[in-house]
Structure formats: C-alpha cells, structure tokens
Design a protein. Structure first.
Length: 184
C-alpha cells in the first residue's frame, strides 16, 4: 500500500516514523516512599515521513502538499504502519521541502502529521431552566442595593467618631485608675 494523504499519493517514501506517548500524572503522597502514577490516556499520534518526488509531476505534487498544509484542515491518511491504529484523520503539522541538486525536478519532502481527534459535541442545554439566569440577576441586584445601603450607614458613623473617641479616652483613664488602686 502506497501512503496516501487525502487524494495525494506520496511518492518514494523512504521512512515513516510514529511517535506515541502516554500522559501520566505523577502524585507524591507525603510520607510515602515512591509515587503514584495516574494514566490520563494518550496524546494524539504523531507521524514523521520523508520521501523524494521526481519527474515532471514533482513540482505540482509539492504545490498540492503545500496547499493541504496551508488549508490546515484534517485529511485522511492511509499507510501500512497506521492501518491497525484506527487513525482516521491527520493534520499536517509541519512541511519541509528541499530542492535536491544534481538532477532537475527532484525534491525531498518531510511531513509531520498529527492525529486529529474531533472535539466532542457541546452538551444539549435546551432542557435547562432559563429562569435561573433571571433569578441570579435579581439576587445580584439585591446584593448591590444592600451594599449601597451599607455604604450610607458606614459614612453616617463619621459623625460619632469624635464622641466615641472621647468616650474611649475616659474609659481608658477609668481603667488605669482602677488598676492603680488595686496595686496600691
């Protein structure tokens, strides 16, 4: 099977390398020797392949690859190495092209592909009670109104600060007098 990227047959592929990685979270509980690993699944598979395009169709092949890269859309990829991996679509992550010396119309290309995993559909929110938002807005309005009232109360206390300061001074003096009679 020749490797295919969407509708493009990849000519003279010399090497295909797969990179698969598992995501592990390490937890170090206090007082325990060692650590615990939590398996968070795998990362999307990454493929790196390189090949050589030659002949009169080489330039148009490179242009098609470049157009696919610039589109940035997921495309189907088939090759023997990924046949059992159940990879449906890939995104071209990187494209490198080199014009090879010695013969005209000869290009080396390197493709880095990443597995495209379709994001889950958003949850259906039609069953939610939309009156909840109105209730929340009413509660917030009541809180703001209460804060406005509290601000008036706090600024109203300013009138009593001097009287309360005098009272505090007299109470402290009385306390000192009582303490001195106990000691004496």
């Amino acid at each position: 099977m020749h490797p295919m990227l969407d509708d493009i047959e990849l000519p003279q592929v010399q090497e295909i390398t797969t990179h698969e990685q598992r995501v592990l979270a390490e937890h170090k509980p206090p007082g325990m020797a060692g650590s615990l690993l939590q398996n968070l699944g795998r990362r999307p598979t990454r493929l790196v392949l390189w090949g050589v395009a030659t002949g009169t169709e080489a330039q148009s092949f490179i242009e098609k690859l470049d157009n696919k890269f610039r589109d940035g859309q997921p495309v189907p990829f088939t090759a023997d190495i990924v046949a059992d991996a159940e990879i449906e679509q890939m995104v071209i992550d990187d494209l490198r092209v080199q014009d090879l010396a010695g013969k005209p119309q000869r290009y080396a290309y390197v493709l880095t592909l990443r597995e495209y995993i379709k994001p889950p559909e958003p949850e259906d929110t039609s069953f939610l009670d939309t009156d909840i938002l109105d209730d929340a807005q009413n509660i917030m309005d009541d809180l703001v109104a209460g804060l406005d009232t509290g601000l008036g109360f706090a600024t109203g206390l300013e009138e009593f600060v001097s009287q309360l300061s005098d009272l505090l001074s007299r109470l402290q003096a009385s306390r000192q007098a009582i303490d001195s009679t106990k000691d004496g």
